[in-house]
Design a binder for this molecule. Structure first.
Ligand code: HEM
Length: 302
């Protein structure tokens, strides 16, 4: 852009805002150059790694969870664009799905970094200091599900049988698969981990589930005129990465730290974790209509 044109556009912008362009240009003249550390907010970011004990690997444990949170935030950023955009081209979908697959692959392949160097003994001491907190209370994980798939897909087979006819939003939430991690359905009693999670987030989850109706990725695909086979394949790959491969790596990590010495330890969140965390039990699928009946039947099996 020509220098003069630039000045004129700046003048026009601020005049339209009812402001004096000269004041803003003077401000620009005095302003300090932007730095990497201010732009990226490095000091704030690197001040968030607070441990509760002096075990060296607790810091890695905290940071690895934070890296996962940021990764989920990037994924949600992509997913929201697909959910909010109407009639997006296949090219945009392909592009975003490739990214979503890569983010998930990153989560799958990086879990070992935290697991392999961390001492079994140290973990099993420092985790007492964080009980009853659990990765289970990760809200980003639940937001991602709600943006991606219809609510009924978050109810496992046992839950489907409990649902009344014409279920309401509250009925779906009462029977959502993740409540199996801490709700005794006979007595209505909840673990502290689940109760605190629900108190903090359930109203927000319900609100999102309401406003995202008709706009989940699953529904957006169904609104497409003729989605290509290639696109469907990418959706299936993402579904499998996120709902089978990643949960298996996570479950193997839990098995290593809680059960590899035959001690069957209780998890910090108090769930029946061996059963609960298995994709075969959870039956969570984002795009169930893209899978064959046989594939659904063998979901989560190796
Ligand atoms: C030593 C490492 C880890 C162990 C032993 C572990 C163990 C567990 C267990 C047993 C549960 C079930 C709930 C409970 O009873 O607490 C759980 C849930 C969960 N954890 Fe982890 N975890 C580990 C690392 C991580 C990391 C790094 C993340 C990343 C944020 C994470 C995210 C989650 C999520 C999202 C759930 C809920 C899964 C679902 O509902 O399907 N976990 N974890």
């Amino acid at each position: 852009m020509e220098y003069e044109q630039l000045i004129n556009e700046i003048k026009e912008k601020y005049t339209n805002l009812g402001e004096n362009p000269e004041t803003y240009l003077k401000g620009l003249l005095q302003s300090k150059p932007i730095t990497y550390w201010d732009y990226i907010q490095v000091d704030t970011l690197l001040s968030l790694q607070k441990t509760r004990t002096d075990f060296k690997d607790e810091a890695i444990f905290v940071m690895y969870h934070q890296v996962t949170e940021l990764t989920l935030k990037m994924m949600l950023h992509e997913i929201k664009q697909l959910s909010e955009g109407e009639n997006l081209s296949e090219e945009i979908w392909m592009n975003k799905l490739d990214r979503l697959k890569r983010y998930t692959r990153m989560l799958i392949t990086s879990f070992d970094i935290m697991k392999d160097g961390m001492s079994y003994e140290d973990y099993n001491i420092f985790r007492d200091a964080l009980t009853p907190a659990s990765g289970f209370q990760c809200a980003s994980f639940r937001y991602l599900e709600l943006y991606t798939t219809r609510l009924p897909n978050l109810i496992n087979n046992a839950g489907q049988k409990r649902l009344p006819e014409n279920p309401t939003l509250d009925d779906y939430f009462e029977n959502i698969y993740w409540k199996d991690a801490g709700l005794d359905r006979k007595t209505g009693k909840m673990t502290t981990t689940l109760r605190l999670f629900i108190e903090k987030y359930e109203a927000d989850f319900k609100h999102l589930a309401k406003i995202v109706q008709g706009k989940t990725l699953e529904e957006r695909i169904e609104q497409m005129e003729n989605p290509s086979e290639e696109l469907k394949e990418k959706l299936k790959q993402f579904d499998h990465f996120y709902n089978v491969a990643w949960p298996i790596v996570h479950l193997e990590t839990a098995q290593y730290f809680l059960d590899s010495k035959g001690e069957e330890k209780t998890a910090t969140g108090g769930s029946e974790w061996k059963k609960y965390l298995h994709p075969k039990y959870q039956q969570r699928k984002f795009f169930p209509n893209l899978w064959t009946a046989e594939e659904v039947e063998h979901w989560g099996e190796k």
